[in-house]
Design a protein around this ligand. Structure first.
Ligand code: NDP
Ligand SMILES: O=C(O)C1=N[C@H](C(=O)O)C[C@H](O)C1
Length: 244
């Protein structure tokens, strides 16, 4: 399979190693400095684009790839207010698009555990639910895409909560947050990604966490998604790949 790496930073480079190990061919490594190289690729030179860039760049990148008819696996976070527009463009073009806030198989198991825990806690509103996500200091968006997916899983199962709200580095979230799941975003060192969901009462705490030791899990998942997407048309996510 031929892969175009759109975004060649920490994730792009980790994905490259996994893709080469799985006998794929990298036809381009695009960062800010060489975007014009994409114009020189023919439409059929690319089986799948793997896009891990930045919240500011991703939507233009996706529009460009959809316009070329290229299948795209996107991992960039922090842009989902424009998701509907992008997915409509994919359907109109008849191309293929895959998005996940987190490609790690372990995190996707954790998403399911999170929903199951929320269903258990549904009848115990006295337990105060909150989340913490911890990432490296280069991360541009907060809260993390993974934290937002976890919050959505909780909101769908906890009727007394209606939204999520952000606090940063331990500072309280703004306003009255009784109906909110408060997410604390911590940025420290080179942490690849840690997510904690907790239910706290006056007498005890129930807590689940996922800790990534490195970026390999995200990268393997993204390459598997690319292999899966290459022969498909439409809009997909991890539940399509892993089975509901
Ligand atoms: N879904 C998932 O499983 C995961 C998602 N992520 C997300 O992926 C994204 C990238 O993460 P990471 O690799 O750590 O970030 P990095 O900052 O290490 O890399 C980003 C790359 O994107 C490039 N880039 C920026 N703007 C453009 C542009 N306009 N066109 C092309 N390339 C561009 C940068 O180029 P330059 O170096 O020249 O600035 C750099 O090569 C983030 O949004 C992060 O949250 C991260 C891990 C897992
Ligand atoms: O920026 C990162 O590094 C990560 N971003 C993703 C997110 O925002 O959830 C996934 C992972 O946590 C690493």
């Amino acid at each position: 399979m031929t892969i175009l790496l759109l975004g060649y930073g920490k994730m792009g480079k980790t994905i490259e190693q996994i893709a080469l190990d799985r006998n794929h061919t990298i036809v381009g490594r695009i960062d800010v400095s060489n975007r014009a190289d994409m114009d020189r690729l023919t439409d059929d030179a690319v089986d799948v684009v793997i896009e891990f860039s930045s919240p500011e760049a991703v939507v233009d990148n996706l529009r460009y790839c959809i316009g070329r008819g290229w299948a795209v696996v996107c991992g960039t976070t922090g842009w989902l207010s424009q998701r509907a527009e992008i997915e409509a463009a994919v359907r109109e073009r008849g191309s293929a698009f895959f998005y996940a806030s987190n490609y790690s198989i372990g995190v996707n198991l954790f998403f399911r555990l999170n929903k199951t825990l929320a269903k258990f806690m549904h009848n115990y509103p006295s337990y105060h639910v909150s989340m913490t996500e911890i990432h490296h200091t280069e991360k541009k968006d907060a809260p993390s895409g993974t934290a937002i997916t976890l919050a959505e899983g909780l909101l769908n199962n906890l009727p007394h909560k209606h939204r999520w709200a952000v606090s940063e580095e331990g500072k309280p979230a703004a306003g009255n947050t009784d109906d909110a799941i408060v997410i604390d975003s911590v940025r420290e060192g080179t942490v690849p990604g840690t997510h904690i969901v907790r239910f706290e009462s006056d007498v005890d705490r129930i807590e689940i966490s996922h800790v990534a030791h490195n970026r390999q899990g995200f990268a393997i998942g993204a390459v598997i998604a690319a292999e899966w997407l290459a022969s498909r048309q439409g809009v997909f996510g991890m539940d399509d790949l892993l089975g509901e």
